[in-house]
Design a protein. Structure first.
Length: 635
């Protein structure tokens, strides 16, 4: 629809041409003709770096060179031409202090540092798509921090026909953005700044100089909206794809958003599902304005506003009521001006606080943290318990045959004791038996192919079990990393255990001998000597060398014959304890060797992965700004 004639812009001076509107509607010129005005307009539209007053002597003089103060937003027609809609006054030249960059408080800086550390620690474990939003938040936070902290960039967004451009013009006090019934009316974002120094902010938004404006205000007045940079966006439901893309791009960069809805489409699913609900965490930098309340009779406006609040509550948006932080919900009419003053006052307080940029970044960090929660937090106990470690060591010991090796060592010790303490005749028989059936002495229990295959299966099963235990309760990416680390460590583990079975089967050095062992050997030698003496004595009597006397030699022989086995039996009983201890020592050594091998190849890599997860989990807790329930991890 067409705008009302007259108004402030009908009496302003065209700073581009230097012309003043005449009473009859034609333009006079103090600095050039109508033709020169057209030239000046073209220069202003085409060069963002030129001065707004390039066509005349009344330049703005703000030093930014990016403000086309003498040009109104133009609508591009089907033929590629542009239709001039109105003109704006330029601010007089003024000198302003250097703008201070945005400063984040300590808590937000700590959260951003934690998010940066979190992304760095997670790059090798998570795909780039998962970390993309967190990386974008870090980039935008760094970019916004380098820009002005004295300005607040607020976008006005809404659906087709909601009246957002009309509200934009009303806040500016002059027609800047075109309104009408033709859809879409706004084809490109238009900016209006209430103070100098916002050029770099608008460069970041990609808004060219020809689409940057000033509000209507007295040059000497101090506007309550000083520091505000207002952006009129295209329709978010526009039929033109590029319009929707511009809306999405700029909404991700501005400090705050004013959503304009109308009584007919305030409950439209598109705006709630695509924008309001996903940005529920940005409530503190969100305004929701019910426009066109002049069309509602009686108490219908309050009823619609209450229903709008209900829908926002269902979207998860906290409402800023009763002093609580949250979204600001207002009802107004941009056409009649009803409620606009309240919005202007609220917006002025919001801008004066200069907290919107930091709040927006904090909300973005919150959103990124919520998106990443599933890859860092499960709420379950995580880690590898001592019981699982012992079970893994026991499985490896079984695979390497530690128990059998200990039993073999015990038998070997008993065999050595029997050889040392046994009767000579028994030792002679055992020597003969060993020659007929020689024993290699090796204690490996997996010499056969089937035993080796069984042992390999036991090792693989032990690795699978411990990796499953270690990854239990972890988010999927970290559980997968845990299993991969176990598989890498298990390569070559069966072969290493085979070497251990051969190398660590017996304790090093000679088997220890108890103190009674020499006494037993001497006693056994004495019994043997008695048998020999008694036998020789009897032989001498038989051949007549010595006088006959059967009693003494027979007693000597009986003492030796009975005493030898008795001593051997006693030694066998006494040797059980030392032999058992020797076997246990051999088993312990082999178990420790197998456990050490498994620890170095499997458990240590798993512990390293658990430590990395614990580090990223701690960083995630810092990102969220609170100690979230992330479970308990054990090393």
């Amino acid at each position: 629809g067409s705008e009302r004639s007259g108004g402030p812009c009908a009496r302003v001076r065209d700073e581009v041409t230097g012309a003043h509107p005449r009473a009859d509607g034609t333009e006079g010129s103090t600095g050039g003709s109508s033709g020169s005005a057209g030239a000046g307009g073209a220069a202003g539209a085409g060069g963002a770096g030129g001065s707004a007053g390039a066509g005349g002597s009344g330049g703005s003089g703000d030093g930014e060179g990016a403000w086309g103060d003498g040009l109104i937003a133009r609508r591009v027609d089907e033929n590629g031409g542009a239709e001039q809609f109105a003109v704006l006054p330029s601010r007089p030249a003024s000198s302003s202090a250097a703008l201070m960059p945005l400063a984040y408080d300590g808590n937000l800086r700590s959260r951003l540092d934690a998010l940066r550390e979190l992304v760095g620690l997670s790059r090798t474990r998570l795909d780039s798509g998962t970390l993309a939003e967190a990386g974008r938040v870090l980039d935008e936070a760094a970019a916004r921090r380098r820009l002005s902290g004295q300005h607040t960039v607020v976008a006005i967004a809404g659906a087709t026909g909601s009246g957002k451009s009309q509200l934009f013009n009303t806040l500016a006090g002059v027609t800047i953005s075109e309104t009408g019934v033709r859809r879409p009316t706004t084809a490109a974002p238009i900016a209006c700044s209430w103070s100098d120094g916002a050029a770099s902010l608008l460069d970041r938004l990609g808004i060219p100089g020809r689409l940057r404006r000033r509000p209507l205000q007295h040059p000497d007045s101090e506007s309550p909206l000083r520091g505000l940079v207002l952006i009129d966006l295209p329709d978010h439901d526009s039929a033109a794809v590029q319009h929707r893309e511009q809306v999405d791009r700029i909404l991700a960069l501005v400090d705050a958003v004013i959503w304009v809805v109308d009584p007919e489409k305030y409950a439209d699913a598109l705006i709630h599902e695509r924008y309001l609900r996903p940005m529920a965490g940005h409530a503190e930098v969100t305004f929701v304005v019910l426009n066109q309340v002049d069309r509602l009779p009686g108490e219908a406006a309050e009823q619609v506003l209450d229903d709008l609040r209900r829908l926002l509550d269902e979207d998860g948006i906290a409402l800023g009521e009763y002093g609580e932080p949250g979204a600001t919900v207002l009802a107004l009419s941009a056409l009649t001006g009803e409620g606009v003053g309240e919005l202007r006052e609220t917006l002025g307080q919001f801008v004066a606080e200069r907290q919107a940029p930091a709040r927006r970044i904090a909300a973005d960090v919150d959103a990124a943290a919520r998106q990443l929660r599933s890859v860092y937090v499960t709420g379950q106990r995580t880690g590898l318990s001592e019981e699982a470690r012992e079970e893994f060591a026991d499985r490896l010991a079984d695979a390497v045959g530690a128990t059998a090796a200990g039993e073999a060592a015990e038998r070997a010790w008993l065999r050595n004791a029997n050889r040392a303490c046994g009767t000579p005749w028994l030792r002679l028989w055992r020597w003969y038996h060993d020659r007929r059936d020689p024993v290699t002495g090796r204690l490996s229990t997996r010499s056969q192919a089937d035993e080796e295959a069984t042992a390999r299966q036991r090792v693989e099963q032990a690795v699978r079990t411990v990796s499953d235990r270690a990854s239990a309760g972890l988010p999927a990416p970290w559980a997968q990393a845990m299993r991969e680390a176990a598989v890498r460590g298990a390569r070559g583990l069966p072969e290493a255990l085979d070497e251990l079975a051969v190398r660590a089967g017996l304790p090093p050095g000679r088997p220890p001998r108890p103190g009674w062992w020499p006494v037993a050997v001497l006693s056994q030698a004495t019994m043997t000597l008695l048998q020999v003496v008694g036998g020789l004595w009897l032989l001498g009597q038989i051949i007549g060398i010595v006088p006959p006397n059967l009693g003494v030699p027979v007693l000597l022989m009986l003492a030796g014959i009975v005493g030898g086995p008795l001593i051997e039996w006693s030694c066998r009983l006494a040797a059980r304890g030392p032999a058992r201890r020797y076997g246990h020592e051999a088993e312990r050594l082999l178990r420790e060797a197998a456990a050490g091998c498994g620890r170095a190849r499997v458990l240590d890599p798993l512990a390293a992965e658990l430590l990395r997860y614990r580090e990223v989990r701690e960083q995630y807790a810092r990102v969220t700004g609170a100690g979230v329930g992330v479970g308990t991890a054990t090393r």
